[in-house]
Structure formats: C-alpha cells, structure tokens
Ligand binder design. Sequence first.
Ligand code: SIN
Length: 467
Amino acid sequence: MKQTCDVVIVGTGVAGLYCALNLPDYMKIRMITKQKADESDSWLAQGGICMLRGEDDYEPYFEDTMRAGHYENNEKTVDLMIRSSNSIIRNLVQRGVRFSRDPDGELEFTREGAHSRPRILFHEDVTGREITSVLLRQAREKPNIMIDEYTTMADIICCDNVCRGVVAFREAGNPYVIEAPHVVLACGGVGGLFDNSTNFPHMTGDALAIALEHGVEAEHLDYIQIHPTTLYSEKPGRRFLISESVRGEGALLYDKNGERFTDELKPRDLLSADIRAQMEADGTRFVWEDLRPLGEQVIREHFPNIYNHCLEEGLDVLSEPIPVVPAQHYFMGGIRADLSGRTSMQGLYACGETGCNGVHGRNRLASNSLLESLVFAQRAADDIAFGGNRCCSGNGNGQNMTGAWGSTVPQAGRCSYPAEGSMVNLDKYRNPDALFAHYRCLVRNEMKRMKRSHESDDVSGKDKAWS
Ligand code: SIN
C-alpha cells in the first residue's frame, strides 16, 4: 500500500504542528506520531516561552542566551529567534493561546535561571500544554492535515541525496511507504535513551538514527541538557519536572542539613553540577527544594500542576521541602539544520529538538525551546511553500535498490527508491525490534564518538564556534 502527499511531518509537538498550520491549504499534509498526538514533550513544558520585551531587552536577552550556551551558539539563529518572538507570540494569542495577565489585562512575565530579567510568558505551570493543545485542535480541524497516531517512522526513502518520503508502520510487520517531496522531522529528542529523563520514553532519537544511516549531517550529539530539579522518585518511568520558574519565583535549594549551598538561578548545567557535587558530599540521592518562600497564593495560582502532583505523591509543598534530583531533559544537538530547517539532504527538514541550528549552543537557556521550535518550524513551512527545496520527481537512474539499514556511509549516489513508481524493498522493516535496537545503538555510539571528539578539541583548544 503506497500513499502520497505533499508533506510528511513526523511528530506532533509544537514544531510539527506549527509547520503544518503554516503550510498553504492546498498542500496535502500527513502527520505521523508514534503514540497519541498529545504525547509530545512540548505538551510537558512547564515554565513558559521567552519573548523580546522591547528593544531595551535585545542585548540582555541575546547575551543571556549566549552565556548559557557557553558562547557556542550560532549568533544568526539566536538573533532570528529573538527578533521573531513578537510576531510568534502575537500569532499564538490570535490563535487563542492564553498567557497569564495582570488585573489590567497586560501580559505577565516570570523569570528562570540565567535570565537577567523577567521575559517569560506562562500559562500557570502548563504553558506547553496550553500552546500545544490549541495548535493540535486547529490542525485537527483543517481538512488538508491528516494525523496518524500510533504510527512509527521506520526509515526515509531517498535517492542521490534527495528525500522522497518515509517508510512507516502502524502494526509491526506491515510497513508501507508514504511518498512526498518534503519530509519534516520534528519528533523530539533522545530522552528515551536515558534511565532518568523528563521526556516521554518513546523519544528515542529515531529520526537522528535514520539521518545518520543516510549520511545526513548531525551536530553536537553529546550536548545533552540535564534539568537540575526533577522530583525524586524510586519508581521507574518519566521524571516529573519541578519547573525552573519555581526557582525564578524564589524557591530555595537545601543540602541534607537544610542549608543553602548554591545560587538557585545559575544556568542549568552549572546548577546540576553543584547539586550532584552536594549529593556526593552529603552521601544522598537528592537535595531539598523549598517552595514555601513563594507563599501559598503564588503556589496555588501559578503552580497548580506541581502542587497537585506533589500532593498525589504525598508531599505538601505548602508545608515542607521536597526531594529533587537532576535528570536528562533536553537535547541541544541533532540533525544539522540551516535557518530554514533544511538538512544536508534535499527535501528533508529538521525542526524543534530533532534539529540543531546552533541556537542553544552547549546549554539551552530556559524557556527558549518552545520559541525556537515555533520560529524555525514556520521558516521551514515558508521554505517548503515557496518551493526552494523541492525534490525533482523521477530522476532516479536505476541504481541498486539499497536500504538504509546496515549502511554506514553517506548515500550520495545510492538509492532506497530509485524512481517514482518503483517498489521499495520493505522486507527489512518487518522486524521493528531489531531495527530500532540497531537505531538506538547507532545514536549512542555516535554520541560517544562526538563526546570524545569534543574532549580532544577541549584539550587542543580548538575553536568550536559556529561559522
Ligand atoms: C522548566 O519549566 O523548568 C522547563 C522549561 C524549559 O525546559 O525551558
């Protein structure tokens, strides 16, 4: 069963949805997602979304982003993200997204670690859910957008470094082809590869593995962000975030003796390191976070989700500190993408956490992720709509039918899909367990390789700045 459309979007987080909503109505768009459409990491984002608050804040916002990223950020993408933030927020508000407002109806802003001033819009402590649910509802209402849940991408199909669609399956053993001249990979990060992560476990870096198989360029795969404060739990499964905006509003961290040991608003990587060092010194598996300095009203009104979740776990944040521990949270690396989300393969785009355009450098500034996803997803949509990266049809010239799985070299001149209308060999996708074990292994190995390479660059003092 082969299917066709204009654009395949893999992933239903904010990047995928915003890309779909910004494409023209005449384009037939197919969105696929591994689980339910609302099971994306965008949905889980608590803290908020940054916004440029007038020209006075341009320099400080730029500097905060760069400093948090250890100045390894791509200055062009940082500038573009900041400059685009007002139009993105205006569009979200027009779409019906609700942000917290003061009694006069003015937008309210909160603060998080490494921000020199408050510039983060929020909706209680469920900002990601608010934005993603509005976009998802609108995408479901559009007749040109079809969303396939419980549908997994097994591979892309390509020829001579031109992407022509994807191989997907809903039931193991029944793979099929969706042919399209544009494929957007917007399927989150790699948290599912870690034992302790705030991400949904199905975020296992499949898109990255598939890109690596086809020789598509990837960047900074060892740049993993650890969130300093997740609720300590003995249970397996996803770690529950205690939003950084809680600390931005005044929550404190204590060691085992109830003493403060750090500046709670340090960038995430530095604070996580301080917490780990304290845990080691104390011989504990967590430190304590005290939300009481915020006061009952702020806790109940701004952080109802955290308050209720902790109550369910038997912890009353109004009357006691809670145990917190660092856990994997975000992936700054990914498939290398340019300012329009283009990858090194024609017709293939990467957005959101899946892509790496260098905007976050080595360590992401809090609440830049939703904004970055929206800005560059819209740019990818524009690039697709205006025809810049379209693959030409039927240019295959009969090369051997070679599948990606098992190959480790760039695919230039090699085809999994030699010509439109020809058959893709689907046999190799009939055993997804083996295929995805191979993908996980590939990503882990490449992460290790890049880590070693960064470490040797550090020793040699080589410049890692974006050119
Ligand atoms: C948080 O609320 O601490 C997470 C938000 C983010 O990752 O930027």
